[in-house]
Design a protein around this ligand. Sequence first.
Ligand code: ARG
Length: 514
Amino acid sequence: MVFRIFRFRWFKRALALVLGVLLGVGAAQLVSLAQEAPTVWEVGTEPAFPPFEMRDDATGDLTGFDIELMRAIGKAAGREVKFISLPFDGLVPALQSRTIDAAISGMTITAERAQTVDFSRPYFEAGLAIAVRESNTDINSLEDLAGQRIAVQIGTTGAEQAAQVEGATVSTFDSAPLALQELLNGRVDAVINDLPVTLFAINEANLQGVKVVGELVTEEYYGIALPQDTEALAEINAAFDTLLQDGTYAEIYQRWFSADPPELPVVAPALAEAGTATGLVWGRLFQNLMRGAWITILLTAFSFFFGLIGGSLVAFAMISPIKPLHWLCRIYVDFFRGTPMLVQLFMIYFGLPALFQSLGFDFSFNRIFAAILALSLNVAAYLAEILRGGIQSIDRGQWEAGESLAMNPVETMRYVVFPQAFRRILPPLGNEFITLIKDTSLAAVIGFEELFRQGQLTVATTYRAFEVYLAVAIVYLVMTSLASFVFKRLEVYMDPINRPKKVKKDPIPSAVVV
Ligand code: ARG
């Protein structure tokens, strides 16, 4: 028995010592975090936007044009810069709530954003461009995109452009590389993204089979974003001016783009226009959330249904006497229970088509199919264990009882064992269902506009993170509460003692039956 080890006094002492040391170290770290020197600037960035921000494969550190520029600005201002990785659509809300001091993330200075955050003077001239597959000769300009499928990164100016294209189906992804992967995998016709980033992906990151068409859709300037009315703004602008004058800026620019930097304006032209940030319209939010909730319900229902079928098959295979089948199922269950659902979703949706295409097959997944497949496979693994446990918890005597009544094993399972096991299975089944409702939010990463994504999309244009996510949470809560209520009722119904008695053609009037 493993537990016998706990009887040794030395073991207990060693355990206490290790725990004590761990707690001590943890507490010290917390204290030092809380006392972070005020000279540090915490700068948010979404680090999947090469060549502006990315992770150096060799060292694992952040690198890129923005990162080097920000470090240089920090140095010139006498500040230490600490980068915080955040999703792009989370940067403005983080600035609003002042959880970060600044954000540098290839962020375009727009009049809408300028209503909620402040921008430094422009530090880079960029613009949006359209990318299509090399074989595509139909799309040559923004007009040609009408009615096409477009992938974009959520919360970007590219997403805003795509939303204005007539009749287009837009799918949003958490990062620009994922949107480009979607194009490569043939599930969309075009990507609207910042030109330098798309070019970098094609030329440096080996994104083959994709080309940029037409001319720049927009002219944009990147700026460092800050919370409104902070002193840091003047400090950053002053430091940036220093870098412009002493040639550091030109040197960094040259290193990343092998060219001389263009002349930069002092104020971004976009700020001259009056910004019309879309306010939060509650009616519209409600409508969008309901649309998302419907997709969440569909995803949950289908995945649970298929998961239940798959899980039952696996459960029976695991109690069957056929050993190889047993081992195969064990591997399946361990894999799907032991790896994050997010990884499984990415593997199936982005990985499999890429693999097949590299093998020369023209293969691509439908989004809904991939999501339901990934969710069902995952749920089935959990349900298999629940079902197996439930069935095996029924006393052997019940099988013998069935046999003595001349029932074959299938009949015994159907009439004797399963009905009893089912009652025990119900509570964990309910848990699994509720977990699944929440887990469907992961499908947002493959561009599914389910409930959570609908919230994210609203925040990306209104910057009202708290209200919107609270509304999203409430809708989830309503759904999970309903599910838990239904499972409770089912439990009562399945309980032979408390079940409301059914009266079949009884001579006694039913009112008399208690
Ligand atoms: N320039 C575009 C914008 O501001 C895209 C920026 C995306 N940046 C990023 N790190 N993912 O909307």
